[in-house]
Write a protein that binds this ligand. Structure first.
Ligand code: KG4
Ligand code: ZN
Length: 338
């Protein structure tokens, strides 16, 4: 069985074809570069760019997989949450193809895509604990089984990815900030600045990053003439504190999940921030201390892509969870409502 999926909920126009044996037959991601000058994604520009690119990428994917549209068993698209203009573009294209071919259409939640990526890339059985850290989301989720997700903790303000992006923007380093800050941090002193460790030690599982972001802003403003090395030290100290916060929050989530949910043996880290090697190496320490396996999908599947959407569609198709073309795209759609 083969499914084609479209992902267009933010600034990546992506199409992939995946089969039920976990083979990625085609995988194309076009990252929109037009947003860099604005320091963040501009929704209107994103939607127009998706519209311009999508048809050609669908055709390229079919060529890459060396199959015809008729050989696809179902068409899926990210139907939310995300920037609604872009989501509508992907959903409408998928619905049109599905209607023309008389094939099933499957509406996929973007967060569910990040949540199940590990089952495409690694041998991970349900249930497991998920740390979802992306540009738009920061949550710990207990993944009990397909379409059964419990949100354990969420950010009360910014997401981790957003914090990386904003720290980068404050120093004029570029967008997206995560990879830039990680690179600068590798040449910095992580103990030079003592930034606040928001939420650390709290007995609930929520996150907060706005205080940390403000502290970084004040530090940057305190310099008359900031040097490259100062910026590296800020990046390293910021990333180090993010790591302390994430480890503390994940440890609290593990303890809570162990009391509340069935036994689980894996901690999965997904979303764009999961590309960060430093954060991953620190999370490995608490996973080991809790005798839990740490699973981080390969980077190309951690950041936004359509293979993860196709994989969710395969699991849903197998379970008989098919949608109709009346499914309405949603700007907001918590994973617990899937
Ligand atoms: O999952 P994703 O591609 O898109 C969303 O659904 O949000 O995540 C993008 C986010 C951006 O905020 C980006 O700065 C962050 O992931 N990111 C990183 C790294 N690579 C990407 N954050 C920290 N370290 C990285 N290496
Ligand atoms: Zn994402």
């Amino acid at each position: 069985m083969k499914i084609m999926a479209i992902e267009s909920s933010c600034d990546e126009t992506a199409v992939a074809i995946v089969d039920d044996q976990r083979n990625i037959l085609a995988h194309i991601i076009l990252s929109q570069l037009d947003h860099a000058a604005y320091g963040g994604v501009v929704p209107e520009i994103a939607a127009r760019q998706h519209l311009l690119a999508i048809e050609e990428i669908v055709t390229e994917c079919l060529d890459q997989a060396a199959i015809r549209l008729q050989d696809i068993d179902a068409i899926a698209a990210t139907a939310g949450p995300g920037l609604i203009g872009g989501v509508i573009v992907g959903v409408m294209v998928a619905k049109a193809i599905a209607s023309a071919l008389r094939k099933p259409f499957i509406a996929v939640n973007h967060l569910e895509g990040h949540a199940l990526t590990c089952r495409l890339s690694d041998d991970v059985n349900y249930p497991y604990l998920l740390l979802l850290v992306s540009g738009g989301h920061c949550q710990t989720i207990f993944v009990n089984k397909l379409a059964d997700y419990n949100i354990i903790g969420s950010t009360i303000d910014d997401s981790v990815g957003e914090a990386f992006d904003k720290v980068s923007k404050m120093m004029g380093l570029g967008y997206p900030g995560g990879p830039i800050v990680e690179k600068m941090a590798s040449s910095g002193d992580k103990y030079r600045f003592n930034f606040p460790k928001s939420m650390v030690g709290k007995d609930h599982c929520n996150f907060s990053f706005s205080g940390l972001k403000t502290a970084v802003k004040r530090t940057i403003e305190s310099f008359d003439a900031i040097t490259y090395q100062d910026m590296c030290d800020i990046c390293a100290s910021f990333q180090h504190v993010v790591s302390i916060i994430l480890n503390d929050r994940v440890q609290t989530a593990i303890s809570y999940a162990r009391k509340t949910f069935p036994d689980f043996y894996s901690l999965v880290v997904s979303g764009g921030v999961a590309a960060n090697s430093y954060l991953k190496s620190e999370l490995a320490i608490i996973s080991e201390a809790n005798s839990i396996r740490l699973v981080t999908p390969p980077i190309k599947l951690c950041t936004d892509n359509a293979a993860m959407i196709a994989w969710v569609a395969i699991e849903r198709y197998r379970a008989g969870l098919i949608d109709t073309v009346n499914f309405e795209p949603k700007a907001r759609w918590p994973i617990s409502d899937c």
